[in-house]
Design a protein around this ligand. Structure first.
Ligand code: FAD
Length: 651
């Protein structure tokens, strides 16, 4: 067994995207010695890819915008399944978080009179997305990194060590949350004591001891074949929480963004930002028809234009016209594109056409959408100022995630564990509005950092000890791929890349944008088979930068999370937001107040279950907390009738 280095910190933040960095800044500012650990290079987190902007009701572009309108839009977008208190905190606090970024050095695009410019996005009643061209995530990460460096410089002045209170461990992967399971005054404590991790470059294992851990690891997209997500989105934080005993909430809700590239095959799935539609781009089928007018659902009928003329007038005069249907929430647009392609009205490579070339001058396209212009020019040899793009749905975001307390971001059931950003569930209900993720990262990253620091401070003199047996078990688990296929194994070693491809194909085909009961059952059988085979995922060579080994370890997480998605999707017999059942095509009011929670079937951490009917995951239902009356009063009764069950309305 290798020697495992140990270090002591107050708070460990897993993930250096927007949520992780905002949490780390807050924890350090509140006096906690804070370590940030990330799988990729520092600054290369997924957040950097965010394009369109940060949603915040700053009322710069339309004076009628308020946090209440933002709250309403978010609840509508999530089809009222949102953890409403999170949606409230998010809408109230987002403007302050954007301002704060400017005080730390961010520079957003401006209106003519010098205010932060805000652009339109799907589902937002007013122009609300603060942006930096179509490279907003880059500015956000750059600013947070700069703030971290500034804090490290302060620490150097005081202690002579830049990393005395805030240290980043880059290219390191956490594989287990460690817990103190000893009893505390008679009752089992079962609280966080640190994390087990490996350095990707050297392969060395190490432990960061800490009473509080914030998970900010992002999403799960790499379990699907066509995705806008980058390599690091393997659902690690979701799986780490499950393995530590925290439930995952509503994992059936996976967002398929309507517009990903469909051609050439090597770039299939790469995102085409919603700003293209927000700035005037329109969707057409192979017959040249602007088809979205045929797909406005009943619940949104009053808010969207019925003719092209009205839709086009809206861009100039939004107060007297209704929005174009291209700006419906993402789930609606993705389903419409899917239906057009299925009906044989798709583009040559299986998508539809998204056109800005006939909508604005070439110079404006290049200025407002510089990344999109280069993306299509360089990757597909398409000049978007002169011709239409071909686009189709791509797996983009997971609304499901770790069940957290709305105010503190504490993960349910595991003292000392916190979660923020895409890995946390609840905030977006069944469907996220564009721009609401970057604001979510800042609002709840800050809250998670604050509460983690407070919790750690309270345990300063009785820090939970690290259990050597757990460290030994985590080391053995991580080393297993090197001995796959050894004598006594049930079969030959399996190639982790083959397993990953089969998993992605199964999730894409069987638990994708349109779901059917029989296919999801098939998916669960396939996942059970893959799980057995993944137990034999084998690699050659050594531990120094070995990507096959890294993938073999990530497979455990993707399989756990995929089973959560498939099992919950099978259970929810309705269509709502990011979950569409062909066999249950309508939203059912009886499901409005039902949360589905996933926990490990064997809480002792056994991952060997092979019975597909049982699998590794146990599913339970819970009733959501009633929405606070003053928040309900923000909606017209006629609208609530469409979503809420009879008894909820009565109450
Ligand atoms: P991330 O930014 O992904 O960070 C995750 C971090 O966790 C990384 O540092 C990673 O290395 C680390 N990590 C993961 N697993 C481990 C592990 N096991 N051990 C250690 N570290 C680990 N949202 C908007 O609001 N507006 C937009 O305009 C927008 N545009 C988008 C464009 C694209 C192309 C994509 C893909 C998404 C977009 N989104 C947008 C969504 C948004 O970018 C993400 O939801 C958000 O950035 C997630 O941030 P995060 O902090 O939760 O995670």
């Amino acid at each position: 067994m290798s020697v495992v280095d140990r270090q002591e910190w107050d708070v460990v933040v897993v993930g250096a995207g927007g949520a992780g960095l905002r949490a780390a800044i807050e924890a350090r500012e509140r006096g906690a010695r804070t370590a940030v650990i990330c799988k990729s290079l520092f600054g290369k987190a997924h957040t950097v890819m965010a394009e369109g902007g940060i949603a915040a009701a700053m009322a710069n572009a339309n004076e009628h915008d308020t946090w209440q309108v933002h709250f309403r839009d978010t609840m509508r977008g999530g089809k009222f399944l949102n953890q409403w208190r999170m949606a409230e905190l998010h809408a109230r606090e987002a403007p302050e978080r954007v301002w704060e970024l400017e005080t730390w050095g961010a520079l957003f695009d401006r209106t003519k009179d010098g205010r932060i410019s805000q652009r339109n996005f799907g589902g937002h009643e007013y122009p609300r997305l603060a942006h930096v061209g179509d490279r907003t995530g880059l500015e956000l990460i750059r600013t947070l990194q700069q703030k971290i460096v500034a804090l490290q410089q302060e620490d150097f002045q005081e202690t002579g060590d830049y990393e005395s209170r805030l240290k980043v461990f880059q290219e390191c992967t956490v594989t287990r949350i460690l817990k103190d399971t000893a009893s505390d005054g008679g009752s089992a404590a079962d609280r966080v004591s640190g994390v087990f991790a490996y350095d990707r470059e050297t392969g060395r294992f190490f432990v960061l001891q800490a009473p509080a851990v914030v998970l900010a690891t992002g999403g799960i997209g790499k379990s699907f074949k066509v995705t806008s997500n980058s390599w690091e989105y393997t659902g690690d934080g979701h799986a780490l929480a499950l393995l530590a005993g925290a439930p995952l909430l509503n994992m059936e809700f996976v967002q398929f963004h309507p517009t990903g590239m469909v051609w050439p095959p090597s770039v299939k799935g790469i995102l085409v930002t919603e700003s293209v539609r927000g700035d005037g781009g329109v969707l057409r089928n192979s017959e040249g028809k602007r088809f979205m007018f045929d797909y406005i659902p009943e619940v949104f009928k009053e808010k969207y234009a019925e003719s092209e003329e009205e839709a086009d007038r809206w861009y100039e005069d939004p107060d007297h016209n209704r929005r174009p249907p291209e700006l419906l929430p993402r789930d609606e647009v993705a389903r419409a594109i899917n239906a057009e392609v299925k009906a044989g009205r798709g583009s040559p490579h299986g998508g539809v056409f998204l056109d800005v070339s006939t909508r604005m001058p070439a110079e404006v396209v290049r200025r407002r959408l510089p990344s999109m212009y280069h993306q299509f020019k360089e990757l597909a040899d398409v000049d978007i100022t002169a011709e239409a793009m071909e686009v189709g749905p791509t797996c983009h975001y997971v609304m499901g995630g770790i069940a957290v307390d709305s105010d503190t971001a504490a993960a349910r059931g595991v003292p000392g564990l916190y979660a923020a950003g895409e890995v946390a569930g609840g905030m977006h209900g069944s469907n996220r509005l564009g721009g609401n993720s970057l604001s979510d990262l800042l609002v709840f990253g800050r809250r998670a950092g604050r509460h983690a620091a407070q919790y750690a401070r309270a345990l300063a003199h009785r820090r939970p000890p690290v259990d050597d047996a757990q460290v030994g078990a985590a080391s053995a688990e991580a080393l297993r791929p090197f001995s796959a296929g050894a004598e006594g194994e049930a079969g030959p070693p399996e190639n982790p890349y083959t397993l990953h491809q089969e998993l992605q194909q199964a999730m894409n085909d069987l638990v994708g944008i349109i779901r059917r009961e029989g296919e999801m059952e098939q998916a669960l059988h396939k996942l059970a088979e893959l799980r057995v085979r993944a137990g034999r995922a084998g690699v050659e060579g050594h531990r120094q930068f070995n990507p096959g080994w890294h993938l073999a370890l990530d497979l455990r997480n993707m399989l756990l999370v995929s089973e959560c998605v498939a099992r919950a999707a099978l259970e929810r017999t309705e269509s709502r937001g990011g979950h569409t059942r062909e066999d249950h095509p309508r939203m059912d009011r009886a499901w409005r107040n039902v949360n589905l929670l996933c926990t490990l079937a064997d809480p002792a951490g056994g991952l060997a279950a092979t019975d597909p009917a049982r699998g590794q995951i146990r599913l339970t239902r819970e009733t959501t907390e009633p929405i606070r009356p003053d928040l309900l009063a923000l909606f017209e009764k006629e609208e609530l009738v469409k979503y809420l069950a009879e008894e909820e309305l009565y109450e």
